[in-house]
Design a protein around this ligand. Structure first.
Ligand code: AQP
Length: 332
């Protein structure tokens, strides 16, 4: 699609205040691709409505997520930043791909199973077909690389399967995307229940560290983080809480597990938790500062959304035209 550069696509749902899981697993890595690739970073509001949202909150968080993208280092001049619902081609291709996705494949998605349990009163068709819309998001831009957290690996595999299936039936149409899972990012777990993923929609605020939390809140949350009955800072099986804190510390400081173990030898969990909190708060301070500046300028955020949507829609149209032709839709 772009003669000069390969394409990167990724997105975040404005379904809650963003967490350090979203930051370390995804957003922090986004800007590393900006020079080498043509990058599309989307606020995926259509995905967010698979779970009931308060409209005013969804609207506010859409601005906030865009501002956070930029505060985390994404320059709108070097990246196409946009909101999913502003580019209807996502829904269009999503429908078409639904017709090339098997019921059995969608039934196997672990996120669907988890969310169906969490939202047993609202197991809607959108929740079920979420991965097909995600495939459309990616395939629409002929994406080569998708930086995501490890929790999205299964959805990405499905996007690849759908692309290969369509290409097999209709000849080459979509680039088959590769996932990019940052080695450091991995999966950040809940501070209250370290066997579960840290999720922005978790109702327990002590389980989550938000990117925009104050330093005091960050320190307090890490201080309370669930660990185990031991006292030695050492990674290992059955030490989910400590393993998670070590991952977070590694991500924010760049240190290895061996270095961390040496640093905290004989010092106990209390010192370690304080250091993780300090490292996290210090790393996020400039992001918070820039975010505060950006969020105050709604007109600027809207101009970024508008320009981004136009650029994205232009590229998306090319893929939609190609798919329409291949499927046999009459084009006027
Ligand atoms: N805990 C995590 N560790 C590492 N990466 C994570 N991501 C999310 N949580 C973690 C990554 O963040 C990106 C955006 O995620 P999303 O908002 O599109 O959906 P999600 O994975 O469903 O995120 P949440 O926070 O769990 O949202 P809710 O609670 O609304 O479902 C993705 O790349 C994801 O891998």
């Amino acid at each position: 699609m772009f003669q000069d550069k390969k394409v990167v696509f990724s997105g975040v749902q404005p379904s809650g205040n963003l967490t350090i899981g979203n930051y370390l697993g995804a957003i922090k890595n986004f800007s590393t691709f900006s020079e080498e690739y043509h990058c599309f970073y989307c606020v995926v509001d259509m995905h967010a409505i698979t779970v009931r949202q308060v409209p005013a909150d969804l609207r506010r968080r859409t601005y906030e997520t865009l501002a956070l993208y930029m505060a985390a280092g994404l320059d709108p001049k070097k990246n196409t930043l946009f909101v999913q619902s502003h580019v209807p081609a996502h829904a269009e291709l999503g429908w078409m791909l639904n017709c090339f996705t098997m019921f059995g494949e969608l039934s196997r998605m672990t996120q669907f199973k988890d969310k169906s349990q969490k939202h047993a009163d609202n197991i809607n068709a959108g929740l079920f077909t979420y991965p097909t819309l995600m495939a459309a998001d990616i395939l629409l831009y002929q994406t080569e690389l998708v930086p995501v957290g490890v929790d999205q690996k299964q959805h990405l595999e499905l996007a690849r399967d759908i692309a290969q299936r369509f290409n097999g039936l209709y000849s080459d149409t979509f680039v088959v995307p590769e996932g990019y899972i940052a080695q450091t990012g991995m999966k950040i777990m809940s501070l209250a229940e370290p066997t579960a993923k840290m999720s922005k929609s978790d109702p327990n605020p002590n389980a989550i560290v938000y990117i925009l939390d104050s330093k005091d809140d960050i320190l307090r949350k890490f201080k309370r983080a669930v660990t185990d009955s031991g006292c030695e800072v050492r990674a290992g099986e059955g030490k989910d809480g400590i393993n998670n804190l070590m991952t977070i510390y590694r991500c924010f400081t760049g240190k290895t597990n061996e270095e961390i173990e040496a640093e905290f030898a004989g010092r106990g969990y209390g010192d370690f938790k304080l250091a993780v909190g300090e490292a996290c708060a210090d790393a996020l301070a400039p992001v918070r500062e820039e975010y505060t500046r950006l969020i105050a300028d709604k007109a600027y955020l809207e101009s970024v959304m508008k320009e981004g949507a136009e650029a994205a829609a232009y590229c998306a149209r090319k893929t939609i035209s190609k798919v329409n032709r291949k499927l046999g839709f009459v084009t006027l």
